[in-house]
Design a protein. Structure first.
Length: 217
């Protein structure tokens, strides 16, 4: 599993629509420039809710997933960049949240849990009739068991992002290219647990954790 834990865009002059965790907040522009609070090294971006099929960031062209379900999520740059200025263009008309950061590749145990949930509330009458629920949505959920793979580097990202992003419920940008032979999704924009306990360090700084992600929009 690849994940951007610490989103550098949150500490920048980006438009509020690009920082908002709510993907319905979108910037109706095909080009914009973002200045980070300091020079940062990043190797991936997070893309949420866009009609674009490609994005260019400082000259690096990234092709977005053609499957709409998998378009929101993490994308790798062709090479890492170190800069405080991001010049971004895309071939669509709008984009929701945008992130950049150093992604972390975290190995997971073979056991993966996945499924669907819904906020619809159907009603069953006294006579046994079912009245369909209205006004809800359905979404994906998935859980990963991570054993002794949380290194000091990964935990440092967690510490840096916790107060300003994770504790506020910001969803993560994810990519599942390493699980493609046993997992039906390529990418996701999903909220993880706000309160987390890292367990069972062994002889080195390597902790375990179980993560449940719920797709966000």
């Amino acid at each position: 599993m690849r994940i951007i834990i610490n989103d550098f865009i949150q500490e920048s002059d980006a438009d509020d629509e690009l920082k908002s965790p709510d993907l319905s907040d979108r910037l109706d522009s095909a080009s914009f420039t973002i200045t980070l609070d300091s020079s940062q090294t990043f190797d991936s971006i997070g893309v949420g809710n866009t009609d674009a099929t490609s994005i260019t960031i400082n000259g690096d062209v990234i092709t977005l997933d053609s499957v709409q379900r998998d378009r929101n999520g993490l994308y790798l740059l062709s090479a890492s960049q170190t800069t405080d200025t991001l010049v971004i263009t895309h071939n669509g008309t709008y984009i929701g949240r945008f992130a950049c950061g150093l992604h972390r590749l975290i190995g997971t145990s073979p056991q993966i849990e996945m499924g669907r949930r819904s906020t619809y509330q159907p009603r069953r009458t006294a006579s046994g009739n079912v009245i369909e629920g209205a006004g809800g949505i359905s979404y994906r959920v998935f859980s990963f068991d991570i054993r002794y793979k949380i290194t000091s580097e990964i935990y440092s990202d967690y510490e840096a992002a916790y107060d300003t992003q994770i504790a506020k419920g910001f969803p993560f940008f994810l990519m599942f290219d390493k699980q493609e032979h046993r997992f039906p999704y390529e990418r996701a924009y999903a909220q993880g647990p706000i309160d987390s306990i890292f367990e069972t360090s062994i002889n080195s700084f390597r902790y375990s954790i179980r993560l449940l992600f719920e797709e966000a929009f």
